[in-house]
Design a protein around this ligand. Structure first.
Ligand code: HEC
Length: 136
């Protein structure tokens, strides 16, 4: 009688286990999709729109309009606010986060009178940029 050779089956099992592990690693890595309208905009409405809308000081000085996707993507007089897929290079994350972590007193921080946005709020905005800053 021919004995079942265990090797191919073992290889198959290792393959299955390995692909399951890779699959779950990828799943753990990818954040749930962030919605601009449902998650990002409410943060801006709460902390930014009082100054960044026509007639208010932030809009008057740098024309950054925080009321809409279009406004955020249009950026400010200083240039773009968001570089899709690159939160670390986005001026928006600079004023919201990095500037708060430097000792440079002249670093522009938003909101200027504080407090800094919460870690959860920063993560929502950063993930949204990381996912391509989509109009979703
Ligand atoms: C109290 C009013 C006020 C609030 C609240 C405020 N800003 Fe500003 N913002 C300003 C002013 C004034 C400037 C221009 C500052 C300057 O150029 O010295 C500015 C500038 C900016 C700029 C341009 C930065 C640059 O590089 O020139 C961005 C982007 C910005 N704000 C985003 C935000 C965001 C996002 C929020 C909410 C988290 C926010 N701001 C909240 C007043 C405000």
């Amino acid at each position: 009688m021919e004995r079942n050779c265990p090797k191919p089956r073992l290889a198959l099992m290792i393959g299955v286990v390995a692909s399951l592990m890779v699959g779950s690693a990828l799943a753990a890595d990818s954040e749930p999709t962030v919605s601009f309208q449902r998650q990002v905009l409410p943060i801006l409405q709460e902390h930014c729109v009082m100054c960044h809308a026509p007639g208010a000081v932030g809009y008057q000085s740098v024309s950054f309009d925080a009321r809409s996707y279009k406004g955020v993507r249009a950026g400010s007089a200083a240039g773009v606010a968001v570089i899709p897929y690159h939160p670390d290079r986005s001026p928006l994350m600079r004023v919201l986060d990095h500037a708060w972590k430097t000792n440079d007193e002249k670093a522009l921080r938003m909101p200027p009178l504080g407090p800094q946005l919460s870690p959860d709020e920063l993560k929502v905005i950063s993930d949204w940029i990381k996912q391509g800053a989509k109009d979703n």
